[in-house]
Design a protein around this ligand. Structure first.
Ligand code: GLY
Length: 579
């Protein structure tokens, strides 16, 4: 396992220089190659690399880097910056996230660029005159965590990238400067944002024409964002954390009564972490470690399920969904009790992902009857369904899985004046306050309380799947806590059910998170007979629109080709491959 942190290499060619002497097959050495871009939502097949993301232009930005000989980390950085322009509700430089990497030799690592609480944070910061304030917690300048994305991308580039930093940021600068065409969906979304955030003039200015909403088909140009990205291109993370951009962030914090100072920005560091790995039948899943809860929960659930003959069950039958829900219930119970930032809390990752723990949990499952989610003394708060995931594989087989977020759609709604980008509201992922657990959904357990410089607990689960030791798939999703269950079901579809990628991604999903004690089913898969059968087993079942956007890549074992599959739940998303 390539789990140890590396010393910083120069800003260019870090990965190549560290691996001098190792044979790498980079297509760029053979000259630029053709990009195969799918129509929106289409499956793309290609042999020389693949990027699948929420926006076709962002996928193309990454694929072009691959075609020039960049590796999957380079492409992931380019795509991430481009999404900050073309997918403003969740793509970001003002938020944070995780990057899981599998190298061609099978070693793995992960970058943690989750936001942090500012130094002035404290566990009772969400109380106003003794009363919990949801507005302060989720929609205020106090809700903004110290952003991590730029530091994370720069660290990834230094450690494992192979191309000039400026080349990786440039496509985003161009997209912001020259603009891109708005789809109907994005135009409608921006129109609602400018209504919602009237109190922030820089937000209205960034996403409308002087307050008038854009129409579909018009071009969105973001000149302030272009200038910020150009500074990042030229000066790297130094600008964002210690330069002009840092000053603009700190000025907005001061103006709005926020807590983040220049010192908080200067102290931010992305971390390299060992991913969580779990072996499941002849597969291995590599996923994100704490401060994400995703990898641990997925490992717990797969370990539980390994004791059942899942493959012999009918997919999405009452028997299968009951078993899934019971595994989910138990993993989410652990999540509420144990998971938090490992730099502050001793998280028992080894114990929670052990076969013994799974056996103990498995023995409490009744295949004929839903369990109770008691005790009712720990209830999890609501969490945003936003965030975005993208997947990258290069010609050498290096795989990168990235999920990053502003927390809510458009985060805090606060665009930094003069800098043109949105700040997150990630502090909402901390618990409400000591002892504040109640039946409205607040939680007051200790590990995930806001503390100076702590990272808030996340559900983001960027993951990579191996079969028989070889790369099989890159997966992940947005969706708050549903992320964990979306990724689990995608993995089961590919492993136990042997589905092809388009079928596995499209298959209807369910969610159970221990509390509230209910199965939430996607509309598409919720026929009345199935719902009645689950209710007969003792489940409360709710049906809602859709769950997740799992933009994924599979290696076709027959042909060796890469299959890129945007999640058709968003018809605007897109894959781009390299021939
Ligand atoms: N804010 C969503 C997550 O981190 O899981």
């Amino acid at each position: 396992m390539r789990n140890s942190a590396r010393s910083l290499a120069p800003l260019t060619g870090g990965y190549l220089s560290l691996l001098a002497g190792v044979t790498l097959c980079f297509p760029g050495s053979l000259g630029a190659q053709a990009i195969v871009a799918g129509e929106r939502g289409e499956t793309v097949r290609a042999g020389g690399g693949m990027v699948v993301s929420e926006h076709p232009e962002a996928s193309r930005a990454g694929a072009e880097v691959l075609a020039e000989g960049g590796n999957a980390v380079d492409a992931a950085i380019s795509t991430g910056f481009a999404l900050a322009v073309t997918h403003p509700s969740a793509g970001n430089i003002g938020g944070g996230g995780f990057m899981v990497i599998r190298f061609p030799d099978g070693t793995t690592t992960a970058l943690d660029f989750r936001e942090k609480a500012p130094v002035a944070a404290h566990p009772e910061m969400w109380l106003e005159e003794g009363e919990y304030s949801a507005t302060r917690h989720h929609f205020s300048h106090w809700a903004v965590g110290v952003p991590g994305t730029v530091a994370g991308f720069e660290r990834a580039a230094r450690l494992y990238g192979s191309r000039e930093w400026s080349r990786l940021v440039e496509p985003a600068v161009t997209l912001a400067q020259e603009g891109f065409q708005l789809t109907e969906g994005l135009a409608a979304s921006l129109a609602s944002v400018i209504r919602r955030y009237e109190e922030y003039p820089a937000t209205v200015a960034a996403f409308s024409r002087s307050g008038t909403p854009y129409e579909a088909g018009e071009t969105l140009r973001q000149p302030d964002l272009a200038r910020t990205l150009a500074r990042i291109r030229d000066r790297g993370a130094e600008d964002f954390y210690r330069g002009e951009t840092a000053r603009l962030i700190a000025a907005e914090m001061e103006r709005g009564g926020g807590l983040i100072t220049l010192a908080d920005l200067a102290r931010y560091q992305a971390r390299e972490r060992s991913p969580v790995t779990v072996d499941y039948r002849n597969h291995r899943v590599i996923s994100m470690a704490p401060p994400s809860s995703g990898g641990v929960a997925i490992a717990t659930m797969l370990n539980i399920l390994e004791g059942f003959d899942v493959g012999s069950m009918e997919h999405n039958s009452p028997e299968y969904l009951h078993l899934l829900a019971e595994a989910m219930r138990r993993a989410f119970r652990d999540r509420a009790e144990y998971l938090a930032d490992p730099d502050f809390v001793d998280v028992p990752v080894h114990a929670l992902t052990s076969a013994g723990h799974a056996a103990a949990l498995r023995s409490t499952i009744n295949l004929e009857r839903a369990s109770d989610s008691s005790p009712l003394d720990v209830v999890e708060p609501a969490e945003s369904l936003e965030t975005t995931h993208y997947s990258v594989v290069d010609a050498s087989g290096m795989a990168v899985s990235v999920t990053y977020t502003l927390e809510a759609g458009y985060g805090s709604g606060i665009v930094v004046p003069g800098a043109g980008f949105l700040l997150n509201n990630e502090m909402g992922d901390f618990n409400a306050g000591p002892g504040l657990t109640d039946d409205r959904g607040l939680i007051g357990t200790d590990p995930n309380l806001a503390r100076p410089e702590q990272r808030m607990l996340s559900s983001m689960s960027p993951s990579i799947v191996e079969r028989d030791g070889r790369l099989l798939a890159v997966v992940g999703s947005p969706g708050g806590r549903t992320i964990i269950n979306t990724v689990l079901q995608l993995i089961l579809n590919l492993t136990d059910f042997g589905m092809d990628l388009p079928t596995a991604v499209a298959a209807p999903r369910i969610h159970h998170q221990w509390l509230p004690d209910r199965i939430v089913m996607e509309e598409e898969g919720a026929d009345s007979e199935l719902v009645a059968a689950l209710e007969a087993l003792g489940h409360d079942v709710r049906v809602r629109g859709r769950q997740g956007l799992a933009h994924s890549i599979l290696v076709d074992s027959a042909t060796g080709e890469l299959v890129g599959q945007p999640d058709v739940r968003n018809p605007d998303s897109g894959a781009a491959g390299v021939r």
